[in-house]
Unconditional design. Sequence first.
Length: 493
Amino acid sequence: MAEAIDVGAARDALAKLPEGTSHGEPPAPEHVYLPRSHLKALDPDRLLVTGMRGAGKTFWWSALQDGRVRRLIGQSDDRPPLNEHTEVRIGFGVRPAPDEHPGKDTLRDLMSAGFEPRTVWRTIPAWQLAPDEHPLRQQDSWRMRTKYVADNPETIERLFQERDAEFDWKGVHFMVVFDGLDRCADDWNEASRAIRGLLQTALDMRSYRKLRVKVFLRSDQADAGGTTDFPDASKVLASKVDLSWPRRELYGLLWHHLVNGRNGGAFRRFLRDGDWPSVTIDKTSVFPVPRRLIVNEEQQEEKFHGITGRWMGRGPRRGVPYIWIQNHLSDAEGRVSARSFLVALRTAAEHTADQHPEHANALHPDGIRRGVQEASKIRVGELQEDYPWMERVMRPLAGMNVPCEFAEFAERWRSERVLDRLTEEIELSGPRLPPRHLDEGPNGVRQDLESLGVFQRLYDGRVNIPNVFRVGYGLGRRGGVKPVRRTLPGDTS
C-alpha cells in the first residue's frame, strides 16, 4: 500500500514548482514532461505546432535544441523519429543569435526593403546549410545573403539537394525551428504576410527527405486570414498539432515535477507501490510518470486530495479541488495553460505556509483560491503583452456582472468612447496588432474576444467571461447560469 505524504514535505515541494515560463534556455532533462499529444508535435514531419500562451511552444522550441532532451524523447514510448543526432538550428525566436538568423529588427528591415517573406525565410536554412566555401558564405549581412538567395534560385536548390542527400545518408534530420513570430510585424497584414511566407518555406522544405522547418505559432496567428491562402497549404494544416492540456495531463505534469524534484523519493512512494522506472541522461536519473497515473483520473483525484483534502470548504457544495482548480483556470474554450496551473499550485503552497502553517493538508482551500487569483492576474498580464488593446476594452467593464446581454457591454463601450479612443490611438501611434475586426465596431471586437477565449457566447445569446479573466478584470458573477463548456480533443474530463 502506498504511504501517505508528509504535509511539510509536500508543501515545500509544491512551493518549489517551476514558474513555467520559458526564456529560450533549454530545460534540464528532469524538467521535461512528455504528454502524448506533445510528442506528436516534436515529429520532424509535423510542420506546424500551435497553442495558446503558456501551452509550451517556446518550451519545446528551446528543448529541441538540446541533445540531452532529444535523447530523452528518443527513449519514450511512441517516440518520433528524433534523437540526439538530429541537427536542430534556430530560425527565429526569443533568444538572439545573429550568426544563425536575422533578429526582429533586421527581419522587419528586410521585409520593408521589398524582399518577399518566403525568400527571407528561405535564406535562413540556406545560410545554415552552406559550407564555408559556398558563395553564400561570402555575403557579410543578412540583406546581402537574402539578395543572393533571391538572385540565385538554382544554386540554392542544388545546395538543398546536396545537403539533403548527406543527411539522408547519415539517417538523421536537419531541422530549423521558428518561434516568437508575433515579434516580426506590427500590424495584422504584415504579420499574416510574414507567417504565410514562413509556412510556404516549411512546405517547400517538406519535399526533401531530411530537411525540415518546424513553426511554433499562437493559435490565433495560425487561424488569421491570409496565412494559408497559397497552393497546397492544406498539407501544412494537415500536419498541424495543437499543444493542449487536458486535465489528466496537467496532473501528469504536476506528478512529474514532484517525483523529479525535492523530496522526489517520498512522492514516488506516495503515488504508487513498487519500483519506479527511470532513465539516465548524463548521469542524471529521470523518472517518467507511468501512464496509468495519468489516464486513471479517479486515481489522480484520490492522490491529489491526499495533498489538498476532499473539499474546497467544509463540504461538497464548495467544490472539490481536483476539478475546481481546472474549472477556474479555463478560458472560454475550456483550455488551461500549464503555466497558469503551476503558478496556482505554487502560490497556494506559499500562502498556506504563511497563513495556515498548522493546516492538516499541504494546501488550504484559501491558499488554492489565492493561487487561482494570482494565476488569473498572470493570464491577464500575458494577454495584455500580446494584445495591448485588451486593457482598453476590458477595464471599462470592471464592476459589471456576467452573464449579461452583449448590449450592456456595447453600451459601456459607447458611453465611455472606448472604441473611438482606441481608433484614434491607432491612427496616431499605431499600437501593435490592434483588434483585427475593430472596423466592424462592437460586434467585431466581440468576435475578436471570442476567438481569444475571453468572451463566451451562451446558448441564449448572452455573454459570459470565464473566471480566469473575470477575476483579473474585476467583473462580478451572477449565479444560477452555467456557461456552455466545450471539450478539448482528447479530454475526457
